[in-house]
Design a protein around this ligand. Sequence first.
Ligand SMILES: [Zn+2]
Length: 409
Amino acid sequence: MPNDAVHVASARFTARLVATVVAPLDSASADAPQVLHRPGSRLLTQRGDTELVVRDLDGEGRDVCFPAPWPRGYGSVTVSPAGDVAVFAGVHALRAVEPTGSVRWEIRHGCWSAAVCTEAHLSFSEYVDDYSHGHADSGSAAFSSNGELLWAHVRTIAGEQTEEEWLVVDPVDGTVLARTGTMTVGSGSLHFSSPDPAYMGLTVLAGEENSPVLWGCWDGEKLTVRRLDEEVLLDVSPSGEYFVTTDPGQWSLYLHRAEDGTELRRLDAEDAEDAVPRSAGDVGDRVCWDYEAAFPYDDTAVVGTEYSAEDPRHWLVDTRTMAVRGRIGYPFPVSGSPRPAGAGAWYTLSEDRTAIHLWNLPAKERGALHANTRRGSADTRTQAADTVLAAVRPGTGSSGASGRRAWWR
Ligand SMILES: [Zn+2]
C-alpha cells in the first residue's frame, strides 16, 4: 500500500453539480431512473409498468417511449446508443422493440423461472400468473459502444436442464454471431460496455457463491472471454484501457488492464484505513467498498462506502497508485453509491429516487489531485504506474465526448 495515502487523509475534493434531471415517470409505478452511457451518448432511462422512457441528456431532452412487452419486474431492458431500439431481456425471450411498438426481432431462450422450468415458452401469457415466474432470476443485455453489436446473458435449455450462455447478436436482425457457455448459476447480471466496441464486460450475480466477471472480446470472427472468479465489475475507464472491480466480500478494489484482463494493482480496504477510517455506517467492524462505483477519468475512480447510510462517503482513488486521495464533498447531501455516467462524470440517485444528479470534478480539484500525486512520486510503485498510463493513447480519454466538452467542464 503506498504510504502517501496517509498524508492525504484530510484532503477533500468538492464535486460540481453538472445537472439535476427529474425522472419522467411517477416513482409509484416505475423503477428508479438510470443513466446509460456510451461515448458521445448519455441517455436517461426509466422502466415503467407499460413502457420504457428514454431521454437524451445531451440533446433536446425529448422523451422517446418504447411500449413494453411484459411488466417491469420481469427481467431487464437496455436501449441502443442512438436510442432507436430497446431490447427487453425477459424471462423467456430477448425482444427488440422500436418506439412504434413493432417488434424488430425476438430470440426465445430457456426460462429464468425461480423454480426449475424447461418449458420453451412462446409467450409471456403462459406464465403470467405463476409465482415462480413472477420471482424469476434474470439475465441482461447491452449494446456495444458503437451500437453495432448486442451482447446478452441468457438461459439455454439443455436437455433436462438449463445452462447459461453469453450471446453476441447482430442487433439489426437478431442473428446470433457467437455464443459461449458462462458456467454460471446467476440470479441476475449486469453488462458494462467498453468505449472500445470490440469489448464487453458482464458481471454475474450469484449470491454468496462464485460471482464471476466475464470480460469478452469479439473481433468479428472469434469470441474470446477472460473469466475473473469472485469479482464484481464496477466500471470501465473512459479510454477503455482499464476496468475496476471489487469482490463479493467487498474487501478490495482491483484495477485490470482491459486488453487481456490482467490485474495491475489492488487496494485493500484494511490497508486504506488511514485514509478511509471506519464510520458508524459500516456494517460489521470494517470498511466495505460499495458494489457500485464510477471510473470517470482514466487516472481517477470514484468509489463509495456505506451506500445505505444516511451520509454515505465517496472517495477519490488514484488508479495510477490505487491510493485513496481523499473524500469527495458535495454541495448538498447525496444518497447511495456513485454510479457510472461515462467520461468526466458520475451520478447519484436522489434519496426519493425521483431524480438523478450528475457530477464532475472541476479542473481546480483535478489539479489538486495531481499535485498530491507528484508529492508521492518517490514511491516506486507510483513511477511504475505512470509508466503504464503513458501507454494510454492520447486523446482517447475524452473519446466521443469532445463535442460536449464545454458542457461537462
Ligand atoms: Zn418457465
